[in-house]
Ligand binder design. Sequence first.
Ligand SMILES: CC(C)(COP(=O)(O)OP(=O)(O)OC[C@H]1O[C@@H](n2cnc3c(N)ncnc32)[C@H](O)[C@@H]1OP(=O)(O)O)[C@@H](O)C(=O)NCCC(=O)NCCS
Length: 179
Amino acid sequence: MKALCTVQVEEAKGTLVPGLGRIVAMPVTSIRAARQGDEVELAELRALLWSDETVEQHGREVQKLIRSGMSGTLPAVVLVAIAASEGLAGFLEVGLRSHADGCDVEQPVGYVEGWFVREEFRGRGIGKQLMKAAEDWSRARGCREIASDALVDNLESREAHSALGFEVVDLCVHFRKGL
Ligand SMILES: CC(C)(COP(=O)(O)OP(=O)(O)OC[C@H]1O[C@@H](n2cnc3c(N)ncnc32)[C@H](O)[C@@H]1OP(=O)(O)O)[C@@H](O)C(=O)NCCC(=O)NCCS
């Protein structure tokens, strides 16, 4: 079904996005950096991925991220996939981290903080195009590696990561204890 969804990568209006080159194709779906005006839709998508926060909380966070281009003290970007006339089909948030498990400690890495494609758009190559744009963004900032994570039982995400060339570094269980 991928042929139904050719993808164009473009720069956001007024936002310089080094590393996101143009791929010439029919603009059925395009990938660009999120810009002001995307916050409401992005907050809804984020809440579908991370349901532990409200849409309003996501709205505030994503607004800050879009305005500053930073997550904490490091550069970050929200990449969005636009489905022609149907709004946002998905998003990927990527930022620099000083280190990530399994990666060279001497180099910063691009880290995939969130990756989501609306259910009705899955399996058409949109997630892959978002990931490619994240790799380009990271490469343009000197990264030689990109890292990510998924819950152990999220087999869909694990399969998609593997299909796109990610290797499993480790599987981890987190603990807590009230004091
Ligand atoms: C993970 C996700 C973003 C992938 O988006 P997508 O648009 O469906 O992905 P694509 O169609 O571009 O597929 C990318 C690759 O992954 C593979 N893939 C995707 N979903 C898969 C699945 N469920 N099982 C096996 N392989 C899968 C595809 O075959 C493709 O590989 P190929 O290029 O070799 O054919 C999407 O499934 C999603 O939003 N899942 C719910 C949220 C989530 O779990 N996000 C990740 C959090 S860590």
